[in-house]
Design a binder for this molecule. Structure first.
Ligand SMILES: [Zn+2]
Length: 80
């Protein structure tokens, strides 16, 4: 069956995408702040994703960004 083959192929692609969790620039493009849906800035030194709008810093743990507001660090004036 042509359709089921396609479905399996599609599922494999999705599975592959899920397993490739490495943080890279392509991922960066699709990442958005979970609060305001705005673009995030990558702070390579601190290994954080910064939302300037909400003043939140999302940690990147083992190359996986933790995009949870509850886990995010509040950016103080000193950091900016
Ligand atoms: Zn935001």
């Amino acid at each position: 069956m042509h359709d089921s083959k396609l479905a399996i192929k599609l599922r494999n692609i999705i599975h592959l995408r899920e397993s490739v969790m490495a943080f890279d620039t392509k991922l960066m493009e699709i990442l958005a702040c979970p609060v305001c849906k705005g673009k995030l800035e990558h702070n390579k030194e601190q290994k954080e994703l910064i939302c300037k709008f909400d003043r939140l810093a999302y940690a990147i743990e083992k190359d996986i960004p933790v995009l949870l507001e509850s886990e995010a660090r509040r950016i103080t004036e000193d950091d900016a």
